[in-house]
Write a protein that binds this ligand. Structure first.
Ligand SMILES: Cc1ncc(COP(=O)(O)O)c(C=O)c1O
Length: 511
């Protein structure tokens, strides 16, 4: 074919158009950040309304880029729940660093794939360095293995699977779990109240069965009773099962509890079990000098989950798993094929992350952590984390000083659960049956308070269950939250509590 007959297009934007559109996007984002403190946190739209905004036909023909960007302002922004708001306290969602936003754009521009070294030399080395920094920050072996993954669930999966592969009494990598050699059940242990559902998901994904997760009784402060753990492990061994992993919570989901890791490490060492620390929420708290003693024993964990998209405020997605001995990750995940490396070695080789974890192609997640860490420094992060801890302590003080709220636990890190409980109902002398009726009333009332505050747009918080009761829960992991935000939200909760209690009390009284 003659060159003039070849029809080729890459459909790329021209440099001028890219620059103009890029500036437009940066202006849009800058304006967004300028108003982040004021925006209604929750869009207050029903699912059908949101879905209708995006009910467009498949675009057969290409569209004008300006028109596409218009949709961001017209369709997307009105339907956003603003996790970056200082008064967003839902799930355990971080707030997103600005440096992380820039990093996402830069990472996409070079489109490196750090599944292997060759398509991503810089990305691989940045990831390796950043993993080492994160480990050093929290007092873990800086020469550990580890990588950034999609989130805490994948980090838990990677850490626990590494444990299973390395500790199982036969080669589960080759033979899987469906081998004739296996008549037992591999079992995992976590605390009953605060153990996280993602561990159950891991047991599920590994086909160990959800029942393989044993719930160890917890103590008054919601941390694991290690003597009970020992008893349960022995019982399982007696039944012919194979205990292989204990999961410690490091900043638990409802109350921020940190399990006694020294004691758990001892049990794991003496019984040959894998010690996994689920620090998705709280492991980075180890950088705080005032909380140091809580984290004793973390350095002995065989693997750690730590979510930068939670308490390091990195934009989604960004989980992280650390494994004390990198070789154990390789042993668990290594797999090769001629097309992954080429068949003949060259001098241009390096760390191939696909050999160390569950993913092959991977995103350049490390860049947003690398850039945010460089921007704030560990010192900056210490200040931000400390602010969140102080905010939770302040909330606890407000709760304890109030007539109509009930404190349920000591504030440990940044997650705090509490309950609206009008004074007269607290002090009323009642039979156990009446107390139960009051508790059920309070369950409903607290749920309504959370639902209503979401609808005001002032703040977003949710309920959870603590010792079987529906309670309010605030996860204060925004780097923008001030003590004033906490006070504003608390006063609103108080006001809603009073109004809704008045509204509901009639019905309750007549129930
Ligand atoms: C203690 C704990 N572990 C694991 C996870 C799962 O993390 P992700 O949602 O990033 O998968 C969470 C999520 O909140 C968590 O709180």
């Amino acid at each position: 074919m003659a060159p003039e007959e070849r029809h080729y297009t890459d459909l790329d934007l021209s440099p001028e158009d890219f620059r103009r559109l890029g500036y437009r996007v940066v202006d849009t984002i800058s304006n967004y950040f300028a108003t982040i403190r004021e925006v209604p946190v929750f869009p207050k739209r029903r699912m059908a309304e949101v879905a209708a905004s995006f009910d467009d036909p498949l675009p057969e023909k290409g569209q004008d880029p300006d028109h596409i960007l218009d949709a961001w302002t017209e369709k997307v922004l009105p339907n956003v729940t603003h996790l970056g708001s200082p008064r967003y306290f839902g799930f355990v969602n971080g707030s997103g660093t600005m440096m992380g936003v820039l990093a996402e754009a830069l990472a996409a521009s070079v489109n490196m794939n750090p599944g292997a070294w060759k398509p991503a030399p810089a990305a691989t080395e940045i990831e390796r360095r950043t993993i080492s920094w994160v480990a050093e920050m929290i007092g873990y072996n800086p020469d550990c293995g580890g990588m950034f993954v999609s989130g805490g669930t994948m980090a838990n999966l990677t850490g626990i699977l590494t444990g299973l592969r390395n500790l199982a009494p036969y080669d589960t990598t080759q033979e899987g779990l469906q081998t004739a050699k296996r008549g037992d059940r591999f079992t995992i242990y976590m605390s009953d109240h605060e153990g996280h559902s993602s561990i159950v998901r891991v047991a599920d994904l590994l086909n160990l069965g959800r029942e393989a997760v044993r719930r160890v009784p917890s103590r008054e402060d919601f941390t694991m009773d290690v003597q009970a753990l020992e008893r349960m492990v022995e019982e399982d061994v007696g039944k012919g099962n194979t205990p292989f992993c204990v999961v410690a919570q490091v900043g638990s989901i409802n109350v921020g509890a940190v399990d006694p890791m020294e004691e758990i490490a001892e049990v794991c060492a003496s019984k040959g079990l894998w010690f996994h620390a689920d620090g998705a929420c709280g492991a980075v708290g180890a950088i705080l000098p005032e909380k140091k003693s809580l984290f004793r024993g973390l350095e002995r964990a065989d693997s750690i989950t730590l979510d930068p998209h939670k308490w390091l405020y990195i934009p989604y997605e960004c989980g992280c798993v650390l494994v004390r001995d990198a070789e154990k990750m390789r042993r668990a995940f290594s797999m090769t094929a001629p097309y992954l490396r080429g068949t003949l070695p060259t001098e241009y080789t390096g760390l191939d992350y696909l050999e160390y974890g569950p993913q092959m192609s991977r995103g350049f997640r490390a860049l947003k952590v690398w850039m945010s860490l460089r921007h704030y420094g560990v010192e900056g992060y210490r200040r931000l984390l400390s602010q969140n801890v102080q905010a939770a302590a302040h909330l606890d003080r407000l709760v304890r000083d109030s007539r109509d709220f009930e404190a349920l636990h000591e504030p440990v890190l940044f997650i705090y659960s509490f309950r609206y409980h009008p004074r007269d109902l607290q002090t009323m002398s009642v039979s156990p049956q009446e107390r139960d009726q009051i508790d059920r009333y309070l369950d409903r009332l607290n749920q309504r308070i959370a639902d209503e505050i979401q609808l005001t747009g002032l703040a977003f918080l949710m309920t959870t269950s603590v010792r079987g009761r529906t309670v309010l829960r605030m996860s204060i992991c925004s780097h923008r939250t001030t003590l004033e935000d906490i006070e504003i939200v608390f006063r609103k909760l108080e006001e809603l509590g009073r109004t809704l209690d008045k509204e509901e009390r009639g019905q309750f009284g007549s129930a």
